[in-house]
Ligand binder design. Structure first.
Ligand code: ATR
Length: 277
């Protein structure tokens, strides 16, 4: 029941209509009997949104495409790791203890979400991981792995963009047509290949899947992508795209509420919502 004491949270981005985050966070509030609500907000002007939502008393926000980088300009404080990545996906508003003024602080939980998802199926330190992609998602996955002490290899359709990310991470780049020479502990698809409506697409030749022990996909619609199905058939352990989404959200929830997130409830809510969409 929303009443005068309800705490406000939400997601800003454009578009946000298909976001699974409202269902995930609202299920967590309900499970822990927290009087909070999390709403989707399609935003045209991120500066106005941050100022306005701070003024309205919001406590926490998720930030999604296309504002993860630009939002940083409008925050009072940025967590040092988010500053190193150059992207923020989580905001926390709090009152300054001296004068009560609202202070906004930005965090990045995407890299932690990816590490937590991978760590369920493998040891990260000392492992070798091939990442497909060079966008924001690949950057978060790569940053997390390097931070955890893994050796990363980047591959990407556009070689220039791939090399740029590999240089930034301080790791190797491998052109897509030379992947047959790569053996690694894990493969992570951080591209949009395989996403509905192109669910038959696969980002790597399926004959190469035997070269990896673990395969993670960040695509979650469909949940069982062609990549994950073929990887399972090749004997790999698989991690679906809901895992990174769940864990980055679980870390956000902890930042906002300082409570242990009910991850099983959140995952069940995500699965139910995916089935509905
Ligand atoms: P995000 O921030 O979510 O990672 P992005 O910046 O648009 O999104 O990056 C999308 C990634 O998917 C890129 O690595 C892109 O490859 P390019 O850099 O060559 O564009 C990759 N990608 C998208 N569609 C692809 C396709 N059909 N085949 C191969 N790679 C694709």
């Amino acid at each position: 029941m929303v009443n005068g004491k309800t705490s406000l949270y939400g997601i800003i981005g454009n578009p946000v209509r298909h976001s699974l985050s409202p269902v995930m966070h609202n299920s967590a509030f309900a499970a822990l009997s927290i009087n909070g609500i999390y709403v989707p907000m399609q935003v045209e002007n991120v500066a106005d949104a941050v100022t306005g939502l701070a003024a309205l008393g919001f406590i926490g926000l998720s930030v999604t495409v296309p504002y993860k980088e630009t939002v940083m300009e409008y925050l009072d404080e940025i967590d040092p790791v988010a500053k190193r990545i150059g992207a923020v996906n989580t905001l926390l508003f709090r009152s300054h203890p001296d004068n009560g003024a609202v202070v906004s602080r930005g965090f990045n939980t995407d890299w932690l979400g990816s590490n937590l998802a991978l760590a369920e199926k493998m040891q990260l330190p000392g492992s070798r991981v091939l990442i497909l992609g060079a966008g924001g998602a690949a950057k978060a996955v790569g940053f997390g792995l390097v931070e955890a002490g893994a050796e990363v290899i980047i591959s990407n359709r556009s070689a220039d963009r791939g090399r740029e990310l590999a240089d930034w991470l301080g790791c190797q780049f491998c052109p897509l047509d030379q992947l047959d020479g790569i053996q690694a502990d894990a493969l992570v698809n951080s591209t949009s290949v395989g996403m509905e409506p192109n669910a038959d697409d696969i980002p790597i030749d399926s004959k190469l899947l035997g070269n990896f022990r673990v395969v993670m996909d960040i695509v979650y619609a469909p949940l069982q992508t062609t990549l994950l199905k073929k990887a399972a058939a090749a004997g790999c352990r698989t991690i679906d795209g809901l895992s990174m989404l769940l864990y980055q959200g679980a870390v956000q929830f902890k930042i906002w509420t300082e409570k242990q997130p009910p991850q099983d409830v959140m995952r069940a809510a995500l699965l139910a919502e995916l089935a509905r969409q």
